[in-house]
Design a protein around this ligand. Structure first.
Ligand code: NAD
Length: 231
């Protein structure tokens, strides 16, 4: 069985990383337009760097939760399972998952101005503004800002189009183009959504099994049932 897991901020919420729209979440002190748009980067790159330094510090202090761990179990039981995430954190990898496609970048890496994907790793939490990429250009966080292209979207669509089962975890399905990934499933693909809220499922609502639970309980129960059925 070809399984694809598609995750959003909700999978990391119980690890202490705020989701996008939490009233008391990480965006509380900042306006999105000031720190995570392409224009913000052009207008005030130092503010963007310090915003993402703070995010990196939180990410490094966070630990994977039971949902990340269950996804790793799933990947080990069903080799070839792919993970596509909108998250910039590295909690899937730290839980032991491999082959993770990060649609919106990775907080633990930096990139230059020339290439969207030619990244360099960063030790620790702090990017020093002014440091340069080996290509000579100014380093910036490896984050896909609003208003920028999503370089791995086509690969994600290709992976999704081959799925027999798509498990969607903790995403409001409001941020595009990532949210449109569901359109790339084939008609026979089963879709399970694990989310305590009401993601924007649109026309897919009738095709979806909605497990209305938090990731830390909903994902392990879905994964354990799949593994049991396959034994
Ligand atoms: P979103 O904030 O738009 O939606 C979060 C979803 O998670 C909601 O549907 C909510 O009901 C659900 N949720 C809340 N708590 C949950 C829990 N305990 N278990 C399962 N689901 C839970 O997030 P999004 O759809 O991922 O889009 C937000 C954008 O912000 C993405 O582009 C993402 O890259 C970025 N972001 C990333 C992180 C991260 O890397 N950890 C954190 C915040 C935002």
């Amino acid at each position: 069985m070809n399984i694809v897991v598609f995750t959003g901020a909700g999978v990391s919420a119980e690890s202490g990383l705020g989701t996008f729209r939490d009233a008391d979440g990480l965006w509380e002190k900042y306006r999105i337009e000031d720190v995570c748009t392409h224009e913000a980067w052009l207008r005030n790159p130092e503010l963007c760097v310090s915003f993402y330094n703070a995010r990196r510090r939180e990410t490094l202090a966070a630990k994977p939760n039971a949902a990340h761990e269950a996804i790793t179990r799933l990947q080990r039981h069903f080799p070839g399972t792919r993970i596509i995430t909108q998250n910039i954190d590295d909690l899937h990898e730290r839980a032991g998952s491999t082959d993770v496609v990060h649609l919106h970048g990775e907080i633990t890496k930096l990139r230059g101005q020339r290439s969207e994907t030619d990244t360099v790793p960063l030790e620790g939490w702090e990017q020093h503004y002014g440091d340069r990429h080996p290509d000579g250009t100014l380093l910036r966080p490896y984050i896909v800002f609003f208003g920028e292209g999503v370089p791995y979207f086509e690969e994600a669509c290709r992976i999704t189009s081959k799925a027999d089962l798509l498990i969607v975890v903790g995403t409001s399905l409001n941020v595009y183009p990532a949210a449109s990934l569901l359109h790339y499933t084939n008609d026979n693909c089963k879709i399970i959504v694990v989310d305590p809220g009401e993601p924007a499922m649109g026309d897919y609502r009738n095709r979806v099994v909605h497990v209305k639970e938090k990731a830390s309980t909903g994902v392990p129960s879905v994964v354990d049932a799949l593994i049991r059925e396959n034994q």
